[in-house]
Design a protein around this ligand. Sequence first.
Ligand SMILES: Cc1ncc(COP(=O)(O)O)c(C=O)c1O
Length: 369
Amino acid sequence: MDYKVPFVNIPKQYRDMKEEILKTLDDVLLRGDLILRKDVKEFEKNIADFVGTKYAIGLNSGTDALFLPLKAAGIGPGDEVVTVSHTFVASISVIVQAGAKPILIDVKEDFTIDTDKLEEVITKKTKAIIPVHLNGRCCEMDKIMEFAEKHNLIVIEDAAQALGAKFKNKMAGSFGLAGGFSLYPFKVLGCFGDGGIITTDDEKLAEKVKLLRDHGQKTKTEIVCFGWNSRLDNLQAAILNLKFKYLPKWINRRREIAEIYNKGLDRTSGAELPPAPNFDERYFDVYQNYVLRAQKRDGLFNFLKENGVETLIKDPIPNHWHKGLGLSNFHLPYTEKLAKEVISLPMYPELTNQQVEYVIGCVKKFYKR
Ligand SMILES: Cc1ncc(COP(=O)(O)O)c(C=O)c1O
């Protein structure tokens, strides 16, 4: 179906950047630089400088950007790791894959971890917290870091959706032992396939993650541990370096669009909006997703679809309710309520103001009927 306002628009971005992209691909291919070459190093430097950490290590996905730091930090069987259920399942699965037990808690109104619940779940086995900066909004990192220090816990930030987001002027991915970012195509900064990167100030952790991403190979001839193949492709890194130049502009545009949505949908009864860009000066939200809490949510989804607006209902079933995951012992009232209400509107820098206004008009029309 051809939407008037598609949920994402990769072809538009490609058309806008076609010449530069083709030149970049040509340059890399003519050099023959495909695995862990200079473009990966350059991208790692770009991200470390941008986030404000000493190190950044390019990986094959945002999932591994959470999994490898957990492994490198020695999290495993017998350990408990606290995170939320209201997230993409990867935030939880990395804990299970590391051999530890996920302990899920509720989120608060802005969809980030409810720090008041931390005290209730901590045990002697708790080793780490994975706060998820969902939708491009940071968690309350001051409270989380204070709690973690008090209880001697590791913090691995799930910053998959939050490159460029800040809390109290400090970047997502620079608070904890490590931050894991996704470079999946639809992210604030996305490549042409899968990709991820971790940021950290910890030299030992950085070295370990570098080993783990490349089968423990310290040099071409020395293998020091078992690992995985989790390298960021050099070709993807070259594309990311190109796109990185536009990141500040793209983030601003996302914030502009959020402002237009918030103004246009203000006091639309039936739709609860995310906080506006300048609502609380502690937060610099990059609006990876613009998510409403909508009454009659499924009706809104269908109405928008009929009117040519593509939206996304990402988690109609909370993660802890999926039978196959074995997490049904958790009871998380707010998360369960959100699953019935959340809907993501189109949000990407290439959207025109007219398209945004059109979406606003459709949402208002639905609630006035
Ligand atoms: C919150 C969150 N965590 C982790 C991930 C995993 O990232 P990837 O898909 O790059 O493996 C994602 C990806 O969408 C995510 O949104």
